[in-house]
Design a binder for this molecule. Structure first.
Ligand code: FES
Length: 129
């Protein structure tokens, strides 16, 4: 990688931070999301959190195919299946893994603090909720 490419990457990151302020939001108590379960957070748009064998992940809750709620579908390992047309996504990286969806889900950073699961989301999504 040339030094010119590295400078371009830094510039993109600065742009993202300037245009989108992120904030930590409480999703749920860790005890309320057992292994193999998922739930939606009441933000606008809604966000999903998942427990995959004790690892926690977060993605947009809205299927990128035709806007169905993914938490109304099925979680199998690290794959969430949309109940409407059965597209699947990997909750680790948001990648679409089965048609008809082809566009990935947005993913979010998660952390556990005081037995509470928190997700880092755009502040504007929380203000509208
Ligand atoms: S709305 Fe999810 S697969 Fe069609």
């Amino acid at each position: 990688m040339s030094s010119g490419q590295a400078e371009q990457t830094v510039t993109v990151r600065q742009d993202d931070e300037q245009h989108e302020s992120l904030t930590w939001v409480v999703a749920c108590a860790v005890a309320d999301l057992p292994d193999g379960e998922m739930t939606a957070i009441n933000t606008e748009p809604p966000v999903a959190v998942y427990n995959v064998d004790g690892e926690f992940f977060s993605t947009a809750d809205t299927c990128t195919h035709m806007k169905s709620s993914l938490t109304e579908g099925y979680l199998d390992g690290d794959q969430v299946e949309c109940a409407l047309h059965m597209a699947t996504f990997c909750v680790r990286d948001g990648r679409a893994t089965a048609l008809p969806a082809t566009v990935p889900l947005r993913t979010f950073e998660v952390k556990i603090e005081d037995n509470t699961l928190k997700v880092r989301l755009p502040a504007s999504w929380v203000e509208l909720a």
